[in-house]
Design a protein around this ligand. Structure first.
Ligand SMILES: NC(=O)c1ccc[n+]([C@@H]2O[C@H](COP(=O)([O-])OP(=O)(O)OC[C@H]3O[C@@H](n4cnc5c(N)ncnc54)[C@H](OP(=O)(O)O)[C@@H]3O)[C@@H](O)[C@H]2O)c1
Length: 268
């Protein structure tokens, strides 16, 4: 059974990674329609700036400072909702980070943080919040076009997003009978703070040739993601170029894909 889709009108949403980029844009697009937004991230000042920008719009906005890469931070979000009697109807698991450069030279700390944030936080926050969520409800998990590719010099990130896509599509089936729509969104390259965070101090990078062809603004990514949620789509690749690329990558024989990626890595 496919879900019917979730309408965000009057929703009570928890948005992770709402202090910049796609998370802040989710907040901007939801604020005129939602009843309540709970914005979560580590940087209090950046969250307050997003909140200020949304003042005067329909939604009441609360900021909650938390490091989601840690168990305590994740537990604190659920505790905050319970203490304040908030029953969310929409969870946007958006917080995430990358790390450009080879796996062998990566810092163990950054690699662990990536797994904690991209995989563990998304999974455990969903697990903790599902019992609190009032039905009908929606969940948007922010994956990536990278989830369809084994990406050299972005290996852990791409693998973590493959997890997000697979997990989300399974949850979409499990939760449809409970009237919860799950939508996994797989953006391509989008101008946010992502690259700044992913770059290492030594300047290591991943091959980003050709990304300009796929780039669309955050506003379009969010608009298409919320439309997919509304229509009960389990997975969306926002933007025409990314949508075509996503389909092609998903159908391509893995051996051919590895050959192309090997050549690309050699040319980097
Ligand atoms: N931009 C792209 O090209 C692109 C493409 C595909 C998918 N995505 C995905 O889109 C999502 C949003 O990224 P973005 O592009 O908007 O990048 P961004 O501008 O760097 O935003 C990342 C957000 O995550 C938050 N965050 C990072 N570490 C955190 C932690 N430990 N605890 C809590 N919050 C944390 C950051 O806030 P604080 O620093 O304040 O904590 C920030 O609000 C990510 O999942 C990313 O993988 C991005």
């Amino acid at each position: 059974m496919e879900a019917n889709g979730f309408c965000v009108e009057n929703c009570r949403a928890v948005i992770t990674g709402a202090s910049s980029g796609l998370g802040a844009e989710f907040a901007r697009q939801l604020a005129p329609q939602a009843e309540l937004l709970v914005l979560v991230a580590r940087r209090a000042e950046a969250l307050e700036m997003v909140k200020k920008e949304l003042s005067g719009l329909k939604a009441k906005v609360l900021c909650f400072v938390s490091d989601l890469a840690k168990d305590e931070g994740r537990d604190a979000v659920a505790a905050f909702l319970v203490e304040n009697g908030i029953k969310p109807t929409l969870l946007i698991n958006n917080a995430g980070m990358g790390d450009y450069g080879s796996f062998v030279s990566s810092s163990a700390e950054k690699t662990r943080s990536q797994i904690e944030l991209n995989i563990t936080a998304l999974t455990m926050l969903t697990h903790a919040l599902l019992p609190l969520m009032e039905r009908p409800a929606g969940i948007v998990n922010v994956s990536s076009l990278a989830s369809t590719l084994p990406m050299p010099d972005l290996a852990v990130y791409a693998a973590s997003k493959a997890y997000v896509t697979s997990f989300s599509e399974a949850l979409a089936i499990e939760l449809a009978p409970e009237n919860i729509s799950v939508c996994c969104t797989c953006p391509g390259p989008t101008p946010t703070n992502f690259s700044k965070t992913a770059k290492r101090e030594d300047g290591s990078d991943t091959n980003r040739d050709g990304q300009g062809l796929l780039r669309i603004p955050p506003a379009q990514v969010v608009r298409e993601s919320l439309a997919a949620l509304r229509h009960g789509q389990a997975c969306v690749f926002p933007g025409v170029g990314v949508s075509i690329a996503g389909r092609v990558f998903r159908l391509m024989p893995r051996r051919l894909m590895r050959m192309i990626l090997r050549r690309r890595a050699r040319n980097a």
